[in-house]
Design a protein around this ligand. Structure first.
Ligand code: BTN
Length: 334
């Protein structure tokens, strides 16, 4: 048996053990019953129980009674996330890694090997997490969400920018169930709570001149991180910081994937106006004075809204209107 086949068999056994323990609720399931169900020895069951414990599931073993599930793991392993998934196509192919350089890079490599629309790659930690405009994205282990999803729209490349707006709306809706009101969006796709960044989104694509090959949407959400290094401290926040309690990462991921699927579906089905309207609702700073920094210019003026292609419209102090396709918005306190 190849190493891959043996890993898959171990994962199948762990999935079956977890299902049996979850179904039993507060009751014990005997090692013998598990061994019989799986057609393996009790030692093999004990080995898989140890594997689950190593990944964070709390499982009690009691003499003559068997095993009992005490607590689910705060793990992003498929065994923890898939039972919570309510999506049709997003995350149905799901890959989890303890550590990656970047989930966007890993998914791009999978896309080149014909991974399907909706594939999701998740990492507990990124060594070289990437942000927009060539920045890095700090990605410490055990606390946050770092994942990427693959889209294969049959579109020309010029139609892609609204995907980043739909992604922001989708994540905001997914997160809304944890808050009294959803986070706000900052153009093009940051999510903020009271002006501090909760989530960043990096959209990348491979295309020919007239046709998209694939789009990778990378999402980083600060979930349970309470302290941020140096320069991030005053500008970053997390769900735990906003809510004053730790939140289950698999539950957040499942909620966010559901929100993403529904808003990406809307966009892919042509409901661009609905996506733009929703984005505009969440952008409570529209109508205010902003500075927009892009690669070749700095503009200051009133943010008017967004166009159908995702461009930000701005009226400068001389009354001239501009359309900005890429850059960063900074709110000006007047
Ligand atoms: C930004 O606001 O600058 C975008 C940050 C995007 C970070 C996510 S984390 C998962 C995915 N993999 C990456 O390397 N980056 C994105």
């Amino acid at each position: 048996m190849s190493a891959r086949q043996s890993d898959e068999r171990a994962a199948d056994r762990e999935r079956a053990i977890l299902e049996a323990l979850r179904e039993a609720g507060d009751d014990y399931v005997s090692g013998r019953a598990l061994a019989e169900q799986l057609g393996v020895s009790r030692t093999a069951v004990a080995k898989r129980i140890d594997g689950l414990r190593e990944r964070g599931w709390r499982i009690e073993a009691a003499a003559r009674r068997g095993y009992r599930l005490l607590a689910e793991a705060d793990s992003l392993h498929a065994l923890a996330v898939q039972p919570l998934l309510q999506t049709r196509w997003l995350g149905r192919r799901y890959e989890y890694h303890l550590q990656l350089d970047s989930t966007n890079d890993a998914l791009t490599a999978l896309a080149r090997q014909a991974a399907p629309h909706g594939t999701v790659v998740v990492a507990d930690e990124q060594r070289r997490g990437r942000g927009r405009q060539g920045r890095s994205w700090a990605s410490p282990p055990g606390e946050n969400l770092y994942f990427s999803l693959l889209l294969r729209p049959e579109w020309p490349p010029g139609a892609v920018p609204p995907i980043s707006l739909a992604a922001a709306v989708g994540v905001a809706h997914g997160l809304a169930r944890f808050f009294d009101r959803p986070p706000t969006v900052k153009w093009p796709n940051d999510l903020l709570c009271d002006g501090r960044k909760l989530c960043g989104i990096l959209v990348e694509m491979a295309a020919e001149l007239d046709r998209v090959i694939h789009v990778v949407v990378g999402v980083g959400i600060n979930v349970n991180q309470r302290r941020f290094p140096g320069e991030l401290e005053p500008i970053a926040t997390s769900l735990a910081r906003e809510l004053g309690r730790t939140v289950s990462r698999p539950a957040v991921l499942a909620a966010v994937l559901a929100g993403l699927e529904s808003w990406l579906d809307a966009l892919l089905a042509g409901a661009t106006e609905r996506v733009l309207d929703e984005w505009t609702q969440l952008a409570d700073w529209l109508g205010q004075r902003v500075t927009v920094l892009s690669a070749n210019q700095q503009l200051r003026g009133i943010a008017l809204g967004i166009d159908r292609d995702g461009a930000l419209r701005l009226r400068d102090d001389r009354g001239e209107e501009h359309r900005v396709l890429a850059g960063d918005v900074h709110l000006l306190r007047t």
